[in-house]
Design a protein around this ligand. Structure first.
Ligand SMILES: NC(=O)C1=CN([C@@H]2O[C@H](COP(=O)(O)OP(=O)(O)OC[C@H]3O[C@@H](n4cnc5c(N)ncnc54)[C@H](O)[C@@H]3O)[C@@H](O)[C@H]2O)C=CC1
Ligand SMILES: O=C(O)C(=O)COP(=O)(O)O
Length: 532
């Protein structure tokens, strides 16, 4: 039974779902804050369910020897070292929509709180001061709202702004003109947004590109008296620059939910009159927490129990519906990769994966990941569909995908072509209705070979005697041949033989075989035909 640790505070719904789905679960909501205790226990778990308090560092991942999936009950995954997780083959998934409305509403709430100084007025009224003349707000109607990052949350904020009769301008390099029009916002460049906005709200993920997007230089381009709202991530705003601008009056107010360092218990922003702060509450509503807890538990259980992948950051999605059709082709892609990976001894420069006919309509991203995993497994044993693309990229290997209409007798097939400094190798295969992978072409030579756990691959001149030679050697060494396939490019030309054996071909007989005049090369191959 797979075992999951919940190390942040999640709705009890998650725990119930894990139990109902047959996943053992430990709910330790404070463990995420205790780095050492988490490190000591993480090795016991197949899954880790978190929010933003648990920091999944490279060190934690190294200790997580059984971990297969990290589930973020929420959106931002900047607290997870994704490259480290990917390298270890651990899937990282989130719930990209579950808390977006709630977070957008929090941004709007902070905008109103700033415009009407509600927190200070509230504190003053509670203190019995009745300072009616101290508080003078601004209307938001007809003001310009600048949205930086117009994805799920930003676009909800934008439409709320439109509904509140604001002029909304948005900066997002990935926002299309059509989508902007649909939302009723003007798509602008960042400097124009700075120049025009009365309120600026941030909704980008924290990445190397967005870090410090609001610094002193950016603030200097803004209108005097601008108000800034950050419900995304602390690192987007340089806090010391914001504080200086608040002190000088350049920025009239800031609504800050997220901080450079969290938990934020000491911060110069605290106590400033024109600053409204909340302790990372963007996602904290009953509705959102119910949504994200339910979703992450279902997604993690789906993966751990059925192998279905949804909302993964580092792996293509595989739906529960497509999984059965895709599975044999994932295996096929993997054995094609494994074939080339085992016969290639020099560094690989590029890989082309061609999808022909019916395979073009499949989840080719998943199939490419599987082919790459098979390809590099002979060099890095601990690799899977999650880690293969990143490892291939780290090795500087260029990967190309080609799709084409049905071109031959097969309904569809996959062809892998690998180029090294010395040569180009290709292999093609398909699956028939028995769902078993078959090699249909090697080095441009057609054949029809079942894939077995133990195989022997030889290249040889097309000449009489090869079958007898291989049969005799196998017989003498008590290796039973389950299947024997031959192919050649032309009579008397280049030929190949592929033997499917019941046991591994003995290593000590290889030298003898390779020395024979009928053999150009001989390579024992191993395929994981049952796993995965
Ligand atoms: N305060 C809180 O409790 C919460 C905070 N968040 C934060 O909000 C962020 C945004 O969430 P979603 O809208 O769901 O993400 P999303 O991925 O739907 O949207 C992000 C948008 O930012 C855009 N973007 C990326 N780089 C950019 C750049 N350099 N400049 C401008 N735009 C850029 C993207 O094109 C995308 O449209 C999350 O990454 C998370 O960090 C999310 C939920 C709750
Ligand atoms: O979903 C997100 O990105 C959030 O920031 C929400 O964080 P939380 O789950 O409340 O710790």
């Amino acid at each position: 039974m797979p075992r999951v640790l919940v190390s942040d505070k999640l709705s009890p719904t998650a725990v119930q779902i894990f139990k109902d789905r047959g996943v053992e679960v430990d709910y330790l909501p404070d463990l995420g804050k205790d780095k050492d205790a988490l490190l000591a226990r993480i090795g016991d778990y197949d899954g880790l369910a978190i929010r933003s308090a648990t920091k999944v560092t490279e060190k934690l991942i190294a200790a997580a020897t059984n971990l297969k999936v990290i589930g973020r009950a929420g959106i931002g995954v900047d607290n997870v070292d994704i490259p480290a997780a990917s390298r270890r083959g651990i899937i990282v998934m989130n719930t990209p929509f579950g808390n977006s409305i709630t977070t957008a509403e929090h941004a709007v709430a902070l905008m109103f709180a700033l415009a009407r100084q509600i927190p200070e007025a509230n504190a003053s009224t509670h203190a019995g001061k009745w300072e009616k003349n101290r508080f003078m707000g601004v209307e938001i109607t007809s003001k310009t709202l600048g949205v930086i990052g117009c994805g799920n949350i930003g676009s909800i904020v934008a439409t709320r702004g439109v509904g509140l009769k604001m002029h909304v301008v948005a900066y997002d390099p990935f926002l299309s003109e059509e989508r902007a029009e649909e939302l009723g916002v003007a798509k602008v460049e960042l400097n124009e947004l700075f120049a025009r906005a009365d309120f600026i709200t941030l909704h980008t993920p924290l990445t190397d590109k967005t870090r410090n997007i609001i610094d002193a230089a950016a603030i200097s381009k803004m209108k005097d008296g601008v108000r800034i709202i950050n419900c995304a991530r602390g690192g987007l705003v340089v806090e010391k620059d914001l504080i200086a601008a608040l002190k000088s009056g350049k920025v009239a107010g800031a609504g800050i939910d997220v901080f450079e360092t969290e938990p934020a218990t000491e911060n110069e922003l605290f106590g400033m009159e024109n600053v409204v702060t909340t302790p990372h509450l963007g996602a904290s509503t009953t509705e959102a927490q119910e949504n994200v807890a339910l979703q992450i538990a279902e997604q993690m259980a789906d993966y751990l129990i059925k192998g279905a992948v949804s909302n993964a950051i580092n792996m293509p999605s595989i739906t529960a519906e497509e999984a059965p059709r895709l599975k044999p082709f994932v295996k096929l892609a993997e054995v094609l990769g494994a074939f080339v990976g085992q016969v290639t001894e020099e560094p690989i420069k590029s890989v082309e994966i061609l999808f022909d006919g019916s395979t073009t309509t499949m989840n080719t991203r998943a199939l490419i990941s599987a082919a790459l995993a098979g390809l590099i497994r002979p060099q890095v044993s601990d690799v899977n569909m999650v880690s293969a693309p990143i490892m291939v990229k780290e090795r500087g290997i260029i990967v190309a995908e080609v799709k084409r209409d049905k071109s031959g007798v097969f309904d569809g097939y996959i062809k892998l072509t690998v180029t090294t400094e010395k040569q180009t190798r290709s292999i093609a295969g398909t699956c028939f209705s028995d769902h078993k992978p078959r090699f249909i072409q090697i080095k441009g030579i057609n054949l029809d070979a079942e894939v077995g756990q133990h195989m022997l691959y030889t290249t040889n001149p097309d000449a009489p005697g090869i079958i007898g030679l291989l049969g005799t050697i196998c017989g003498r060494n008590e290796v039973n041949i389950a299947n024997f396939q031959l192919g050649r490019d032309r009579p008397g030309g280049n030929a190949i033989a592929l033997l499917y054996l019941d046991t591994p071909f003995p290593e000590n007989v290889l030298a003898e075989l390779r020395a024979h005049k009928l053999i150009d090369s001989a390579k024992p191959l191993h395929f994981d035909v049952n796993g995965g």
